[in-house]
Write a new protein. Structure first.
Length: 164
């Protein structure tokens, strides 16, 4: 899933557990792996510098710049939408931390590519094991559309729970 999807799911989970913020943030982190088990669309990373599967030397080139723009935009959009859908003045920080926790495992893949030590080794192994092997890159319109519908359903259910 995209970072936006992970942020929205993480924030929604943290939002429904405001009286247990540590549990909410831990559940938001864990949600990343469950959501990655669903067949989905992932945009391609072009720079070997930040691709966790390659872990190449950081080379400042056009591919790196374009990847940083797309990943950074995805990250920011996810946090912004999570705050929009779930935050209240009293829960703003919890929602932002939940959104970040939902995105964190992908960032830790980059860290793993540079520092192959425990607990990152086990986390990366688990991340690869649970991640679906059915990518929808060949069908980007279906992949994006299915993610949007998944998020609409998730936000609708989470907000229904929050506001009933």
């Amino acid at each position: 899933m995209t970072l936006t999807a992970h942020a929205i799911v993480g924030a929604g989970i943290a939002a429904v557990l405001p009286s247990h913020p540590i549990l909410g943030v831990c559940a938001a982190f864990a949600s990343h792996f469950l959501v990655d088990a669903i067949p989905h669309y992932d945009y391609q990373i072009h720079s070997a510098s930040i691709n966790p599967k390659v872990g190449g030397r950081i080379t400042f080139n056009r591919a790196l710049f374009l990847d940083l723009v797309s990943i950074g935009g995805d990250f920011v959009l996810g946090i912004a939408l999570a705050l929009f859908f779930f935050a209240t003045p009293a829960t703003c920080w919890l929602i932002a931390i939940g959104a970040f926790a939902g995105q964190l495992p992908d960032g830790l893949q980059f860290v793993y590519s540079r520092f192959k030590h425990e607990p990152l080794v086990s986390l990366q192994r688990f991340h690869q094991w649970i991640h679906t092997s059915h990518h929808l890159r060949e069908h980007p319109m279906f992949g994006v559309t299915s993610q949007v519908f998944f998020l609409i359903a998730f936000v609708t259910l989470a907000r229904a729970y929050l506001f009933t």
